[in-house]
Design a protein around this ligand. Structure first.
Ligand code: GDP
Ligand code: IMO
Ligand code: MG
Length: 430
């Protein structure tokens, strides 16, 4: 029986997962998302065009491959409808090759209102949520009151929707909100809700599946599956920079619960990191640069959120965090993206340890928010344009030294290096 391979982010998200999944898709039969929802923004670029996916797996542009939205994913039907429309405008017909788990939970308009209200209530402590309703929807899932895709086909669907909405309205009222004052994506609540209800019809045109059987049967038949992660390990609900995290298991363990795959059936784990580091939203970020170098990374890397357009915070690569993520995920293959962003840096720095209360450590402290001084090591910049380079050997030796340092310190081999947003600019090392 085949094992399922995994691809996920090792930092605070936006490592380039969408691009690399798209590049690896020809090697697989099925691409399956296992967690997260429309908080994700996965960018694909090829043949001069760019496309951002939120809920739909990044294998969708390969019409002969199957794409699965797993039970661990959250679906916001109106956002889903917009994604489908955008794909159809590009002559992609996802009805052919996209399947949706009946057990995936639904984000309702009142979940989105709660997300906004909760964030506002937090004031300065706000998480910087994408406001897509992720926190409240996973909360309801765990509280055992959530709504799932399979429920929309049931005769008591509307009653169940209204019951949950009433619960949410009571909560909102206690926070001082009433329906009339709310807008979602600039649309008044009741109008948004009307469109949301309509968008369920688009969702219903897709085949709903028991994705755990679908995927395990596929493995038995010798099919190759890649599980696509969203967010990154440092945003994981258990191991991320809590409470500044998302509400799902973003690590390899999330594949087991988010798709119904046994741990013994996990194969290769591709862990992605940028050659530097970014974070969007609030929360600790030990290697963050507040100076001109941070601005340079932001401009050269076009570090503005794919989902929200927010400027991303930028800093040097963080080895203690990367080591931690490799440990948690059992990474077998590292993928280093966006090396080109530092093409004209004379010196590139790497945080090799943290100094906390005078002591140097490689370990992530309980509270990443405490005062951490990053111990930086300098590397010679490669000062060259990487355009047109197709093989690892052709890369400048200073860049190869930098990559080797990442391998040595994490103990994991780099399998892929990405040198531009385009599908074609991807170098396989091993
Ligand atoms: P994801 O959430 O992990 O899929 O990543 P995002 O799509 O949110 O952010 C990654 C951004 O970097 C996107 O704009 C990509 O097009 C871009 N990108 C991916 N790989 C590279 C690369 O190697 N070099 C450069 N310059 N950009 C890249
Ligand atoms: P992809 O898949 C980067 C961040 C938000 C916020 C925190 C919680 O594109 O890498 P949420 O909406 O989940 O409640 O927000 O997590 N965040 C991301 N940051 N990339 C993402 O996804 C993210 N998804 C959520 O900015 O700080
Ligand atoms: Mg992203």
């Amino acid at each position: 029986m085949n094992k399922i391979d995994v691809l996920l982010g090792l930092q605070w998200g936006d490592e380039g997962k969408g691009k690399i999944v798209d590049v690896l898709t020809p090697q697989y039969d099925i691409i399956a998302r296992f967690q997260g929802g429309p908080n994700a923004g996965h960018t694909l670029e090829f043949q001069g065009t760019k496309h951002v996916l939120n809920i739909i797996p990044s294998g969708i542009f390969h019409s002969e491959k199957q794409n699965i939205i797993g039970n661990g994913v959250l679906i916001e039907p109106l956002i889903f409808q917009r994604e489908i429309r955008d794909l159809k405008a590009r002559d992609v017909n996802p009805n052919q090759n996209l399947f949706v788990s009946k057990k995936a939970h639904l984000i309702t308009p009142s979940h989105r209102m709660l997300d906004m209200a909760n964030e506002q209530a937090k004031g300065l402590q706000k998480i910087g949520s994408t406001l897509k309703g992720i926190g409240p929807t996973y909360t309801d899932k765990i509280a055992r009151i959530g709504l799932r895709v399979g429920d929309i086909l049931k005769s008591d669907w509307l009653d169940r929707y209204n019951d949950l909405k009433e619960d949410h309205l009571r909560l909102l009222k206690s926070l001082g909100y009433d329906l009339g004052s709310f807008k979602i994506d600039e649309i008044p609540f009741l109008e948004y809700e009307r469109r949301w209800m309509e968008s369920l019809e688009t969702l219903k045109t897709f085949t709903f599946i028991d994705s755990e059987y679908f995927l395990n049967d596929a493995l038995k038949q010798g099919k190759k599956i890649l599980a696509e992660g969203a967010q990154g390990s440092m945003l994981d609900i258990d191991f991320g920079s809590y409470p500044f995290v998302t509400s799902s298991s973003t690590i390899t363990a999330g594949v087991c619960s988010g798709l119904g795959i046994a741990p013994s059936n996990i194969g290769r784990v591709y862990g992605l990191c940028k050659a530097y580091c970014t974070r969007v939203g609030s929360g600790p970020f030990p290697t963050e640069l507040f100076d001109e170098t941070g601005d340079r990374l932001r401009q050269a890397g076009r570090e503005f959120g794919s989902t929200t357009g927010r400027p991303r915070r930028c800093g040097w690569i963080d080895i203690p965090a990367l080591n931690y993520a490799c440990m948690l995920n059992g990474v077998t293959d590292l993928v280093v993206t966006k090396v080109d962003v530092m093409n004209d840096f004379d010196t590139v720095k790497m945080c090799v340890k943290y100094k906390i209360e005078g002591k140097e450590t490689l370990q992530i402290p309980y509270d990443l928010g405490e005062k951490i001084e990053p111990i930086l090591q300098n590397y010679q910049g490669w000062n060259s344009n990487l355009q047109g380079i197709k093989t690892y050997n052709e890369l400048p030796s200073d860049l190869k030294d930098y990559i080797k340092a990442i391998e040595d310190i994490t103990g994991v081999k780099v399998a892929i290096v990405s040198t531009s947003p385009d599908r074609e600019d991807t170098i396989f090392k091993i």
